[in-house]
Design a protein. Structure first.
Length: 148
């Protein structure tokens, strides 16, 4: 059975590295804001093995007018554990945390190939695609948290 619990920043690295930073040095796994008191990291464990992660940052995007925004970053599931709804469970965990914190909006920069996954969960695209150097093509996606 899978369980989700809060984890430390460095505990995300064994999943961030092979999924999000493949072939790059482990230092590339550190994100700006990772160690802020307001940042949360969640790990999804299957039989005590960490197989998925997501981080939630208190960060406003000027594209949106909402005052209290949270940003999802670093959502990743190990390749041999995909297609088992683990990513969906991690996003739902973030949405619950957003509700707990009274956030108006949840947003993130989605990899283009992941947009379909997020759209099925009710997220919308906004703006035009853009490149994140050494990472790839992304687009901003969001969900208003107040109408859920």
């Amino acid at each position: 059975m899978a369980i989700i619990k809060k984890i430390a920043t460095t505990e995300t690295y064994p999943v961030r590295l092979p999924v999000l930073r493949k072939g790059k040095p482990v230092e590339s796994c550190r994100f700006d804001g990772d160690d802020l008191e307001t940042t949360l990291h969640f790990g999804l464990f299957l039989d005590q093995e960490l197989v998925g992660i997501v981080s939630l940052f208190k960060k406003n995007n000027p594209v949106f007018l909402e005052k209290n925004q949270l940003q999802i970053q670093g959502m990743a599931v190990l390749e041999n554990h995909r297609k088992k709804d683990f990513g969906k469970a991690l996003i739902i965990q973030c949405e619950e945390e957003c509700k707990n914190q009274g956030a108006d909006l949840i947003w993130f920069n989605a990899r283009m190939e992941a947009c379909g996954f997020y759209e099925k969960m009710g997220y919308q695209k906004t703006g035009t695609p853009f490149a994140i150097p050494d990472v790839g093509e992304h687009i901003i996606m969001f969900k208003n948290n107040k109408n859920e």
